[in-house]
Design a protein around this ligand. Structure first.
Ligand SMILES: [Fe+2]
Ligand SMILES: [Fe+2]
Length: 275
């Protein structure tokens, strides 16, 4: 499923819209049904109360202590059994993302952010269902935008008919800043909390909002953002192509790259990270 979700993103936001549209035109596509089924669950169960509950459950970060490389290896034990022909494992996706950032001469914290950005998927290994780990994220506690993928599925969400939560602003104030907004629960929000004391703010924005496509691609939630969010989202936008369009079939040489990333981790992260 995890890879299917990412393939679906490529279909929705192709690097070269003209060309890809033809390539992806496929009306009888079982992968698409799996993605649809996934979003049906996600949009039904990601309520305001659910998110608060998950925040309480996970943000004390007392599940596991791991060094960066242990965490990377732990994440790699995740096998995606719904997709038999995965060619890249989690570590390879992370390295392809970060190596592309490094090749473009960006600062080292940006490279490290690329290497870390999906580490929050360890939530799957803590027994969380995929619809509460991956997929596009969106604010809860206010009206679901119709710019979110498969917006019709929100009709089954309890908050959809709750007038506390179904107005444009819901429980929030206009331009209150995203730091005051609860996002649907998943690997982005979780990893933000794991890393929040260690990375520059730009990197933290990338981690926290990299799946918030309704905003960084569709600008559907400007009314909740403040000036500072907009300035920081320049980095989220800068990061997105590295996440989506660097899935080359050439596998990075993990052993060769490891020393570089160990040095980078030593510069920014503590020896053990609390998950
Ligand atoms: Fe991600
Ligand atoms: Fe990613």
């Amino acid at each position: 499923m995890m890879d299917l979700w990412e393939d679906d993103l490529l279909e929705r936001y192709p690097e070269n819209p003209k060309k890809s549209k033809e390539e992806f035109r496929n009306y009888d596509n079982p992968a698409r049904d799996t993605v649809k089924e996934f979003y049906k669950m996600n949009h039904t169960y990601q309520t305001y109360d659910f998110v608060l509950e998950k925040e309480k459950e996970f943000l004390s970060l007392d599940r596991k202590k791991m060094g960066l490389w242990d965490a990377i290896e732990y994440l790699n034990t995740l096998v995606d059994d719904s997709d038999p022909d995965i060619d890249l494992d989690q570590t390879q996706h992370l390295l392809q993302t970060s190596e592309a950032i490094r090749a473009d001469g960006h600062p080292d914290w940006f490279v490290l952010t690329g290497f870390l950005h999906d580490l929050g998927k360890v939530l799957c290994l803590f027994g969380e269902p995929q619809w509460a780990v991956v997929g596009d994220t969106f604010p809860v506690g206010c009206r679901f935008s119709d710019k979110i993928v498969y917006p019709d599925f929100f009709k089954a969400n309890h908050d959809f008919s709750n007038e506390k939560y179904n107005t444009k602003l819901g429980v929030y104030e206009e331009n209150c800043g995203l730091r005051n907004v609860h996002m649907s629960w998943g690997h982005d929000e979780y990893l933000y909390h794991v890393m929040k004391d260690y990375l520059p703010e730009e990197g933290l924005y990338i981690i926290r909002y990299h799946s918030f496509y309704a905003q960084h691609r569709e600008h559907a939630y400007d009314h909740l953002m403040d000036e500072h969010d907009h300035a920081m989202f320049k980095w989220v936008d800068k990061f997105n192509p590295y996440d989506l369009y660097t899935k080359a079939p050439v596998k990075p040489n993990v052993a060769e790259l490891k020393p570089y990333y160990e040095d980078l981790a030593a510069k920014y992260l503590p020896d053990t990270i609390r998950f």
